[in-house]
Design a protein around this ligand. Structure first.
Ligand SMILES: [Zn+2]
Length: 981
């Protein structure tokens, strides 16, 4: 069977790449002659009659003159054998060139799929969503005519396997025997990794048009769902870059401007890496895909990427470490599919490899998420030729069409494997889903519990997210007891009671693998992985970790949450969430004159309210401590809109609108007098906010996704206007137009702009800098900040440690009156006082020794972990945070502060620092009591520094709140902005 597979693939896909080679002979690519460069672009052909007709139709055909010239690509049919249905539009009929000669645009892909859906009974097309820029996202289903006709019944059967509770073994077996398996084939989630999309077109056309027995047999046993272009916005951005930079004479270098430029095409409109978004679903593209995958319940989940131009082709089995909640047989299946793909590549003599990187740890990648849903997740990485051709190190010229063909052969091989092993794969799929539901298995006996009502907006975000991914959520109607509890911040208890209304998410359920993978506080790595990582770090100074080692949503959202063993009996299953109450809540005595409205400051809707209300021209105050009003208690950071400060007829309507837009409640108040000993509403604990004029620095220095996440926060979450300026030429901008300037993570050269920045901050500006931008701002030579990077002050660490200790002491002040008044100490107590330990005398290390040790220890910085940080409750910027904050930390940078700068959020000491993920002891020592967030008054303005990205990948909401506070509240609370009268 297996040799048949390789042979049939050989016949099935011809090698189109070698010029003037008769198809279908397979010729190793090394045999290609390397033509002398430069290669001139071909003359544009005259438009065909069909093109002219289409132009008359109003639809313009795109002929890109800058594709790979015919000398490098003969355009031979990928599938020359067999009979094609002439009624099916060829890709070339739309592209005007052979498929793979140049990258297809989104409109072309959409046109082809619409045409295929119209003309073929083998196709069902669905628009599953739209991108931020309004482009359609498609799911193109291809199967036999009979299967398409009864697609709903097929999917209903496969969904019974997906939720096997109550499904008898006999019924399961009947479905396994008789039902097609479902493949999910997804292409080019990174928009600048283009070849997958064109391979998808070639493959879909073949499956739809080919009348051969092999194709019809495949379509009888498989339902193939194409996600033909995962990232249209990124791809179109990238295509615009490379097409507008293309020369008439083809450049074969893999580098340079012609291969794209900042912000490239990897991310979506807001530059999100959508291959890291599957857990959080911030991007509309991801959310559309969640729904589609829930509908089609695939058993194979393919995600086609590209990598460096000098590389070859990577497919699975994947590299360690492996997430413990992946399906038990995933690796075995990846080996079967990988071996078969290997044989398909061997038939052409192509290079490829497996297992060397792309690990299986993070649950947020496409293929990992697919696998956690029970499918066989497989990723490809094809060397990147950026739509044209590249001269490789050996002199060999590799064309885009070859890249497309590699992707095509890989996809086809995987579909073949699924077809050959359909029954076993389906049987394993149902076994995986059954195991997910089995509460007697380790890890499945517990549930994730979220105390409700503390952070309503974030709690609902979590619950909605889980529901959208098919996770079952319950809500307790009465107090519920749980045993063997572990809290997000580490506390453990034998038993604990949770109040009515607690959200309960059981680990044992069909989507239980997602529950455990997303919400386990502290998944551990195998010892063998630790050993390999440590060896790599010590010998080469590199990390083998492909991405972060911690991600759980409980920490990210800063929720009051625990794992515990609990019964869901009596709890109601949550099917959908009702909208949160938002708008004006009238005063108890509605007849009274309204003094104003208060908005609770703990929930994130408060900052959104501030943003909306300020944008609407309202005067808004923020409190620096908790207060009571209208029969309620309001946390510090709560807002107050006073009627007499807003002399407008429609004030109540404006407050109502801002509250509704923000999802907040505005409580009407009838008096400025506090009912208890908290602050009265007319006093000095309230400060006026200022509608911020915001600039965000971007451009080639900025990390594209770091920039995009801040942009998304300001634009999409806060709903404020933001001016995107070029970070490379800050000195050319008149900063007086802005109250807030955000430097996202990036490598900005601030030397030229330092004097302007200083003058602007001193006159009232709020400068916010994140991660490496924060390091740039605190460089001593710039004179912008007194915060320092640890490596720059190795000889003064004692002074910084003392400052951190004093900050901590100030938080737990106890008054011993006897000591205050100098009363004599009882002799027995004096005797009990421990004798001061005598320190052995060691000479202080030299500066050189310190630097050497620090340079070595820097390499152990976490690649992404969750650390415990302590919050200064007196800092305005920490409104919305409790006493402790789980912060996301990546990198070896450490910020240190001492008076006059206090850390608003400071990392905990080494012994209690790590909450989740890999943090080596050396890193814990270096990071111990480092400053994570500092607010530094500089004359009338301020400098706010974040040691790491607060809104990591846009789902780290607890940190995002600190950044939102800085932007929205900062000009009013931390600076005397220029416009204040
Ligand atoms: Zn990629």
């Amino acid at each position: 069977m297996k040799s048949f597979l390789a042979a049939s693939l050989l016949l099935f896909v011809s090698c189109a790449t070698p010029r003037a080679q008769p198809a279908p002979a397979a010729v190793p690519s090394a045999a290609k002659p390397a033509p002398a460069a430069p290669v001139a672009a071909p003359e544009l052909p005259a438009p065909s009659a069909a093109e002219l007709a289409r132009a008359a139709d109003g639809t313009t055909a795109r002929v890109n003159p800058f594709g790979v010239p015919a000398e490098l690509d003969d355009g031979a049919d990928f599938f020359p054998a067999g009979v094609k249905d002439a009624a099916i539009a060829t890709p070339q009929s739309v592209l005007q060139v052979p498929v793979g000669r140049r990258p297809a645009h989104h409109d072309e892909v959409v046109r082809l799929w619409r045409e295929w859906a119209r003309s073929s009974p083998r196709v069902k097309l669905e628009v599953i969503g739209r991108t931020h820029e309004g482009r359609e996202l498609l799911a193109g289903v291809v199967s036999s005519q009979a299967n398409i006709a009864r697609l709903d019944a097929i999917l209903a059967d496969v969904r019974r396997l997906a939720d096997p509770r109550g499904l008898s073994d006999a019924d399961a077996q009947a479905i396994v025997d008789n039902t097609p398996a479902v493949a999910w084939m997804a292409y080019s989630i990174h928009g600048d990794e283009m070849s997958g999309v064109d391979a998808g077109l070639a493959l879909a056309y073949q499956l739809i048009a080919d009348r051969g027995a092999e194709t019809t047999a495949m379509l009888d046993s498989l339902v193939i769902v194409f996600d033909p272009m995962q990232n249209p916005d990124g791809r179109e951005r990238y295509l615009a870059q490379i097409e507008s930079s293309a020369s008439a004479v083809l450049d074969l270098s893999a580098e340079g401007f012609t291969r794209g430029r900042w912000p490239y095409g990897r991310g979506n409109h807001y530059l999100f890496d959508m291959n890291r978004d599957w857990m959080a679903g911030i991007a509309p593209e991801t959310r559309a895909r969640w729904a589609a995958v829930r509908k089609y319940v695939p058993q194979l989940f393919v995600d086609a990427h590209e990598m460096g131009s000098m590389d070859s082709f990577l497919f699975y089995p994947q590299a360690p470490p492996y997430h413990p909640d992946l399906p038990a047989k995933l690796l075995a299946w990846q080996k079967v599919f990988g071996d078969e793909a290997g044989r398909a590549f061997d038939a052409f003599g192509w290079s490829y490899y497996t297992r060397e990187w792309a690990d299986a740890l993070g649950p947020f990648y496409s293929d990992a998420w697919g696998s956690l849903n029970g499918a066989i997740g497989i990723l490809y990485e094809q060397a990147r030729y950026a739509g044209t051709a590249v001269r490789r190190e050996t002199g060999e010229i590799a064309t885009y069409r070859e890249a497309v063909q590699h992707q095509l052969v890989s996809s086809l091989s995987n579909l073949r494997s699924l077809q050959q092993h359909r029954k076993e794969v389906l049987a394993d799929y149902v076994a995986t889903r059954r195991a997910n539901c089995d509460a007697s298995l380790p890890g499945r006996e517990r549930a994730f519990l979220v105390r409700a009502g503390v952070q309503p907006t974030r709690e609902r975000w979590l619950i909605e997210n889980l529901l959208a991914q098919g996770v079952e959520v319950y809500r307790s109607s009465a107090e519920v007891g749980a045993r063997d509890c572990q809290h997000a911040l580490g506390a453990k208890s034998e038993s604990q009671n949770f109040p009515a209304g607690t959200w309960i998410i059981p680990a044992a359920q069909p989507q239980g693998a997602l529950v455990r993978a997303f919400l386990n506080f502290d998944p551990r790595l195998d010892k063998s992985v630790l050993l390999a990582e440590r060896t790599e770090l010590e010998t080469k100074g590199n990390s083998k970790m492909y991405d972060v080692t911690a991600w759980n949503l409980g920490h990210a959202l800063g929720l009051d949450c625990s794992w515990g063993v609990v019964s869901i009996e009596g709890a109601a299953q949550v099917k959908a969430l009702e909208a949160l109450a938002a708008g004006i809540v009238p005063a108890a005595d509605a007849q009274q004159h309204v003094y104003g409205w208060a908005i609770e400051g703990l929930d994130d809707s408060c900052v959104k309210f501030a943003a909306r209300a300020l944008a609407a021209g309202l005067a808004v105050q923020a409190s620096d401590e908790a207060f009571s009003a209208g029969g309620r208690r309001f946390s510090r950071g709560s807002l107050l809109v006073r009627a007499h400060e807003n002399p407008t007829e429609d004030l109540a309507a404006r407050v109502e609108r801002a509250a509704r837009d923000a999802g907040a409640q505005a409580f009407a108040l009838t008096t400025a007098r506090s009912p208890d000993d908290s602050a009265d509403l007319g006093g000095q604990h309230f400060r006026a906010l200022l509608a911020p004029r915001i600039a965000l620095a971007g451009g080639p220095g900025a990390s594209a996704d770091g920039f995009g996440h801040v942009w998304h926060l300001i634009d999409r979450e806060l709903g404020l206007p933001v001016t995107l300026i070029d970070g490379a030429s800050l000195a050319r901008h008149d900063l007086r137009r802005y109250d807030v300037l955000v430097l996202p993570p990036g490598n900005f050269d601030l030397a030229d702009a330092a004097d302007d920045l200083k003058a602007w901050v001193r006159s009232g500006g709020t400068l916010i800098a994140i991660e490496d931008s924060a390091l740039a701002v605190c460089r001593e030579s710039l004179g912008l900040s007194q915060v320092r990077e640890r490596s720059d002050v190795l000889e003064k660490l004692d002074a910084y440690a003392e400052a951190a200790r004093r900050e901590e002491d100030a938080r737990k002040i106890e008054i011993d009156e006897a000591r205050v008044y100098g009363d004599p100490v009882p002799p027995v107590a004096a005797a009990e006082a421990p004798a001061a330990e005598k320190k052995p005398e060691t000479p202080d290390p030299s500066k050189e020794e310190l630097e050497r040790a620090d340079a070595f220890n820097r390499r152990f910085g976490p690649s992404g972990a969750v650390l415990r940080a302590r919050v200064d409750p007196n800092a305005w910027i920490t409104a919305g945070a409790g006493d402790e904050l789980p912060v996301f930390y990546s990198g070896s940078q450490v910020l240190l502060s001492k008076p006059p700068v206090r850390a608003a959020v400071r990392l905990a000491g080494a012994d209690s620092l790590r909450l989740s993920g890999l943090v080596w002891p050396e890193a814990r020592e270096r990071l111990s009591r480092g400053a994570w967030l500092t607010v530094e008054r500089v004359s009338r303005g301020q400098v706010i520094l974040f040691a790491t990205t607060p809104n990591f990948r846009s789902f780290w909401a607890s940190g995002a709140r600190m950044l939102a506070n800085a932007i929205v509240l900062g000009p009013g609370l931390g600076a005397d902005a220029l416009r204040r009268p």
